[in-house]
Write a protein that binds this ligand. Structure first.
Ligand code: LLP
Length: 864
């Protein structure tokens, strides 16, 4: 590209924002600020193009929609997709229904069409998926205007023409774009200062929408940067740049501050996920520097990718690990020196459409690895094997992990690998490959060893490198400085582990609850200032000692059954009934009668009781539970709102409910909604409150808005934790607008989840098909959450808490069900029979949901 525009004359900066960066209205304030700063700094003449993705999670849902539509009714899923956007609009004070009417209608029609013709062609899938970006654009344009900017909208499809008109699935779902300076586009946007466009989508010459493959927004941004000959492409994401290892697995992973295009390409290709590998080419061809930065930490410079790396010395930059790698080993001593042998075997791969990643050869063996490819099924593998067997003996292994070292001159540091590879003295290394460009050295090992090996190589080869132009701070260091809030302290079960080991059972399981933790969490709930009354949803854990601890913190109780009411009566014989809130669902008549007799607060969640048993409610004060049509929660099974939910009164039946209550002589004193369980967005309860307040306008005696429970706890140390101070701040806004209402809340999980661990001793260890199984004395009979919801609980070997992880393991119980899996793919130390294993965050919905399946007694319970 000799006639490229010189850098000094370039005017465009392209900013790309991914799903999490655009998902919340407040994030657009950051986007607007960044755009303004670029415009100001490049005055006069500087221009900014913003490329954005769909709101986070939306593309996944749209991608899954066609298959759901082929199976059955997708109206709840469509409602959920719309709700994501409507919630955004509502929080931004925008009229979402009007703004999004058009894409919503297309969404409805496409889904109905798929259901009708019982077929979802790639073309239709592309149209459907492209809606995610289109819906987000409409919201984004409005948010930028609210921030005082005047963006010009560009439909990305008008600018990006697909390179291929193929009618194959790949033509619609994973196309590419012909790049090269585009004077026409440059002229078209000549008068605009700020342009907003979408990632991921383009158009073919038949005027059809096509997609650029998943992760395609990075690629789109790179195409735009290429066509506009941008001075810079900034990829804004939720991590501060590319790292020397996956920071979720390696805390010591270092921020890579300067990389060459080659290195970045290699790291992105090796599974680095932060940046899509396809975006490097277009940027490189137009010589556009690429910067990867974090919207959460805009103060950090991130990673700068240019033709010239920051440091020319040969230097290892990163260690990556890719799982799900298949190995094909071909043995054939006799044939070896025959001319054309390799051509013959590789022809077999070609004929079967199987793409080879790494190759290694020896005198008697050729081994190749295949990239993970979900479309590569057993039939194709069998066909490949049959063809290859005409030339050699064939062995196919399914479960490999490729661990790669990446950096210029990687060859020169190979001698340093020996200590890390020592762990393979007794274990096989399946394949070793050194790339011809000397940028990459890879070993393929068993899946269970991959992460441990990568961690070890990183520890020995990269972690000690001094800070400089290439290596920045580590992930752990960045997180220490990330916020004023201190790093999360060790959980109680770490500090009390000696005691736990002592009381762990030798057989079966035991739940242990820590009273101090319950006290602290219950007090935190009681301290939410904008909440007038909090009721503990005792279904989460009705253990009498737990109830007492929570009562002392000042909470009341929410119950759902006569059994729970009895438990309260037994535990607190003199309990004031007004401290109790009875919220049954599809309960029989006598249960309501009993609650009224007892004088508890009462929530009614359907028309039936009021219409069919009016005499029960004469003179009673009642709260009505509505269905806010906002499904929320950590899993579909715990979502209690939306068109499929059996809970609550739909908003369009609320008039009828009011009339029925009037007729019965009952007074409606409150409205209630609970949308689901395990919510970590702090604004959720304010949103629910706002919906309730709107509904309350049609009633005359309402003084209570019960915003429900559902407060989530993190499933791992890295997962975001719900900040109760933020929940409070959000609710305070509601309170300020509606000072006459009392706000009630009813959390179950939050006060107790982290207080509990399930302890059990290891019964057996098994190695099979590359997986290490660690068996415990109890399983889904004590803790059904992983089987039922795919819930993740932290699992640790308490007996060897300080030992390093040596490989991955699946932790299983003794129940005759394959779902009896408490945790898969966990990094565990060497573990032996009798070790005490703790399963954390098990204080909520653990013991109370246990069973005697297989006639194995579930874990007993102890409070310490
Ligand atoms: N209020 C109502 C009306 C509820 O139905 C529930 C929970 C709560 C409050 C308390 O929700 P929490 O704050 O605990 O999220 N077994 C599932 C959870 C089911 C929750 C059922 N209803 C799990 O293990 O995740």
């Amino acid at each position: 590209m000799t006639d490229q525009t010189p850098h000094a004359n370039r005017v465009w900066t392209v900013l790309k924002f991914g799903g999490t960066s655009v998902a919340k209205p407040e994030n657009w304030a950051v986007i607007a600020k960044l755009a303004k700063a670029r415009l100001k700094q490049d005055k006069p003449g500087g221009k900014v193009l913003i490329v954005h993705s769909a709101l986070s999670g939306v593309s996944n849902r749209l991608e899954a929609l066609p298959d759901l539509a082929l199976k059955g009714d997708v109206s709840p899923e469509i409602a959920a997709i719309k709700a994501v956007h409507l919630d955004f609009a509502e929080s931004a004070l925008l009229d979402g229904a009007t703004l999004l009417a058009e894409p919503f209608e297309i969404l409805d029609r496409l889904a109905a069409g798929i259901a009708l013709v019982r077929e979802a062609s790639p073309r239709v899938r592309a149209e459907l998926l492209a809606l995610g970006e289109q819906m987000a654009s409409r919201l984004g344009m409005e948010r930028l205007r609210q921030e005082g900017l005047s963006p010009v909208f560009l439909d990305a499809r008008d600018a990006l023409k697909a390179a291929s008109d193929s009618a194959d699935p790949s033509g619609y779902l994973s196309n590419s774009v012909i790049d090269g300076a585009d004077p026409e586009l440059q002229a078209q946007l000549g008068h605009a200062e700020l342009v907003l466009t979408q990632g991921f989508i383009a158009r073919n010459s038949r005027d059809e929408t096509v997609l650029l493959g998943r992760g395609g927004s990075d690629t789109s941004a790179a195409y735009f940067a290429n066509k506009l000959e941008a001075k810079k492409l900034e990829i804004w994401t939720d991590v501060p740049g590319l790292f020397s290892a996956d920071p979720r697995l390696t805390e010591g992973a270092r921020l890579l501050q300067a990389l060459s295009y080659d290195e970045a390409q290699e790291i992105a290709t090796m599974g680095g996920k932060v940046l899509h590998p396809r975006c490097i080419g277009p940027a490189r061809r137009a010589n556009v520097p690429v910067e990867v930065r974090s919207t959460l930490r805009p103060d950090l410079a991130g990673t700068l990718i240019t033709a010239k790396p920051g440091d020319d010395a040969p230097q290892l930059k990163a260690v990556s690990v890719k799982s799900g790698v298949r190995i094909v080993a071909m043995e054939g001593a006799g044939m070896w020196r025959q001319a054309g042998f390799l051509a013959d075997v590789f022809a077999c791969f070609k004929e079967c459409g199987v793409s080879v990643d790494l190759v290694s050869t020896s005198e008697t063996n050729v081994t190749v690895s295949l990239d993970p490819d979900p479309s590569l099924d057993q039939a194709r593998l069998d066909a490949l094997r049959a063809r290859l067997e005409r030339f050699c003996r064939v062995k196919i292994m399914d479960d490999g992990a490729a661990v790669s070292l990446v950096g210029y001159g990687v060859r020169r540091i190979l001698h340093k690998l020996a200590p890390a590879l020592e762990m393979f003295q007794d274990k096989p290394i399946r394949l070793v490959s050194q790339a011809a460009n000397d940028l990459n050295f890879t070993v393929v090992v068993d899946a269970s060893e991959g992460r441990a090996l990568a961690a070890r190589l990183h520890e020995e080869l990269i972690a000690p490198a001094p800070a400089g132009p290439v290596f920045g701070p580590s992930w752990a260091e960045l997180n220490e400085t990330a916020s004023s809030t201190p790093a999360r302290p060790d959980p109680w079960w770490v500090t009390k582990r000696e005691q736990l080991i002592e009381i762990a059972p030798q057989t079966g399981g035991r739940y242990v609850y820590d009273r101090d933790t319950i006290k602290a969490r219950a007090a935190a709930v009681a301290n939410i200032k904008s909440v007038n009354r909090a009721f503990y949803a005792m279904k989460a854990n009705p253990h009498p000692e737990v109830l007492k601890t929570i009562f002392e913190a000042g909470l009341g109780f929410e119950c759902v059954s006569p059994g729970e009411l009895m438990r309260l009566k037994d535990t607190f014989p003199d309990l004031d009934p007004k401290k109790v809130l009875f919220t049954p669902n599809f309960a029989a008549r006598h249960e309501y009668a009993a609650a009224i007799q007892l004088g508890t607060n009462l929530t009614i969640d359907g028309l039936h009781p009021l219409v069919e048993w009016p005499e029960l409610f004469k003179g009673a004060e009642v709260i009505l539970r509505i269905n806010p049509d906002r499904p929320r929660g950590h899993h579909q099974h715990v979502q209690t709102a939306g068109p499929k939910a059996k809970f609550g009164i739909p908003l369009d039946q609320l008039d009828a409910a009011r009339e029925a209550a009037d007729k019965a002589g009952a007074t409606v004193i409150g409205l209630h909604a609970h949308a689901g369980s395990g919510v970590v967005e702090a604004g959720h309860w304010r949103e629910i409150g706002a919906i309730l307040a709107r509904a309350a306008e049609d009633f005359s005696d309402i003084r209570i808005l019960n915003v429900g429970g559902g407060l989530g706890v993190p499933e791992s140390a890295e997962a975001p934790a719900l900040d109760l101070a933020l929940v409070d701040a959000e609710l305070a806004k509601l309170k300020q607008a509606l000072p006459d209402y009392e706000i009630w809340m009813e959390p179950g999980r939050y006060p107790v989840a982290e207080s509990g661990v399930l302890l059990s001793a290891v019964t057996q260890v098994k190695h099979a098909f590359g997986t290490r199984f660690i068996g415990l004395g109890t399983g889904m009979n004590s803790l059904i959450r992983p089987a039922l919801y795919g819930a993740r609980h932290e699992i640790v070997n308490l007996s060897r808490y300080d030992a390093d992880g040596t490989g991955m393991a699946s932790i299983v119980g003794p129940i005759c069900e394959s779902a009896d899996l408490l945790g898969a793919d966990r990094l565990m130390p060497d573990t032996t029979e009798g070790d005490v294993i703790a399963i954390a965050e098990a204080g909520a919905y653990g013991a109370v949901m246990s069973s005697r399946y297989n006639l194995r007694e579930p874990a007993d319970e102890v409070v310490i």
